[in-house]
Design a protein around this ligand. Structure first.
Ligand SMILES: NC(=O)c1ccc[n+]([C@@H]2O[C@H](COP(=O)([O-])OP(=O)(O)OC[C@H]3O[C@@H](n4cnc5c(N)ncnc54)[C@H](O)[C@@H]3O)[C@@H](O)[C@H]2O)c1
Ligand SMILES: [Zn+2]
Length: 401
């Protein structure tokens, strides 16, 4: 009998009596991880953790062994992923936790806010969850960012695990401990640095991902090339068709190399005192597009794709890179199915509106916008730029009326 209950009028659902699905045979608990599982480690002293990358990880009991003991595991997911994967995760966790609950959030960037965050707290408190409760973020970057923030603040911090289901979340957002919600005046403005205990990238989960979301994830994969690894950029150029066709081997390499680069950056600069800012390549322009269009109209990856074109053009105008690299990057972003022209954010002063939105970027200091620019192939730098130059780039890159 399925005892899942809908308990909230605003989209939350959590199990009151644990789930009744069959548990794996005891032998299965001692089975090794599936063959060909790769592991990338985030090295942060006592906050270090592994990222597991491979196939068949969701259903493998070995994946979930070794996590902190607790009376309850709490899965946070959304209305799209709940029917696809939540029950399978519940079954896999059941041998490890006496109770497994699930809370279901509304889907979408437009819901990455206080109101939705509160649904997680409502469910945790209604369930009398204690400070050992382990949260599991089953979803893309939106679910991951909100679950992480909930884990950071519920009872001043409970353990959590990332189970990213989008390419974007597997290559970027689930790794490194940035958690946040949006504010109407700015993207990811309220949040915390809080590391998960484990990240599980099951590549099989990407099979149900819509093509538009796959392209959005490719933006963050492409990002790692010009800022850190031109050999990886070359590899993406030659394997883009395989990636777009969701070829398992190509996806496995893209996820692993992206996580390795992110791990290398985060290990040196966990709280973005310096180096970590390079991961924001394309994001200053991209966040302005996301906020200016209204959250959810452009996908985060689409904003980043277009934002990278703008940031590359700015780098070129600042004399830091030549036109060849800018053209290669633009062509790759276009081939990946991402926009390379910015939207009009204002009929009267488009560039002014971009600048206004970019001044609330977290990298801005005393109202001065700072951009991640390409400082030669495979190298990035944080720079300010004169407004007039930025205006020229925006005018160049935006669709005209
Ligand atoms: N914390 C970080 O370091 C960091 C880094 C990059 C991005 N982000 C954040 O991540 C968010 C974007 O994440 P996203 O691109 O994963 O978007 P998302 O979480 O909104 O997921 C995209 C859509 O795909 C659906 N979906 C997810 N997995 C699916 C699957 N396997 N099958 C079918 N549908 C699936 C979701 O329900 C959603 O509708 C943004 O809010 C961004 O700010 C955070
Ligand atoms: Zn991003």
């Amino acid at each position: 009998m399925d005892k899942r209950l809908v308990t909230s009028a605003v989209g939350g659902r959590f199990t009151l009596d644990g789930m009744q699905a069959p548990s794996p045979k005891p032998d299965a608990l001692f089975a090794p991880l599936p063959d060909a599982t790769a592991e990338v480690r985030i090295s942060l002293g006592d906050r270090s953790y592994p990222i597991l990358i491979g196939s068949g990880l969701l259903d493998s009991p070995a994946t979930w062994a070794g996590l902190p003991k607790a009376s309850t595991a709490f899965i946070v997911t959304n209305t799209t992923l709940d029917p696809l994967y939540a029950l399978r995760l519940e079954v896999a966790l059941k041998p490890h936790y006496p109770a497994v609950r699930t809370v279901v959030l509304p889907d979408g960037e437009a819901h990455k806010n206080w109101q939705t965050l509160n649904l997680i707290f409502d469910a945790l408190l209604a369930n009398e969850s204690d400070r050992k409760t382990v949260l599991f973020a089953l979803g893309g970057g939106v679910v991951g960012d909100m679950t992480g923030f909930a884990a950071a603040s519920y009872m001043r911090g409970v353990p959590f695990v990332q189970v990213p289901t989008t390419l974007l979340a597997q290559v970027d957002s689930s790794v490194g401990g940035k958690t946040a919600i949006n504010h109407p005046l700015g993207k990811n403005m309220i949040g915390a640095f809080y590391q998960p205990h484990l990240v599980v990238c099951d590549l099989d989960l990407l099979e149900t991902l819509p093509k538009r979301e796959l392209s959005a994830g490719l933006a963050e994969v492409i990002k790692y090339g010009p800022i850190a690894d031109m050999a990886f950029f070359d590899w993406i150029e030659s394997h883009l068709d395989a990636l777009l066709a969701s070829d398992p081997a190509a996806l496995a390499h893209a996820v692993q190399r992206s996580c390795e680069i992110k791990a290398w950056v985060v290990a040196q600069d966990e709280r973005e005192g310096g180096l970590r800012a390079i991961l924001n390549f394309g994001h200053t322009f991209g966040h302005a597009i996301e906020a200016g269009m209204g959250y959810g109209a452009w996908l985060h990856g689409e904003g980043v794709g277009c934002g990278m074109v703008m940031a590359a053009r700015l780098s070129q105008r600042m004399g830091l890179v030549d036109a060849t690299l800018v053209q290669r990057l633009t062509r790759l972003i276009h081939r990946a199915g991402l926009p390379i022209q910015g939207p009009l954010l204002s009929e009267t002063d488009n560039a002014g509106r971009y600048l206004e939105l970019m001044r609330v970027d977290k990298k801005a200091e005393a109202g001065e916008i700072r951009f991640i620019v390409i400082d030669g192939p495979g190298r990035a730098a944080l720079r300010t730029a004169p407004d007039a130059l930025v205006r020229e780039v925006i005018d160049d890159c935006c669709l005209s009326g």
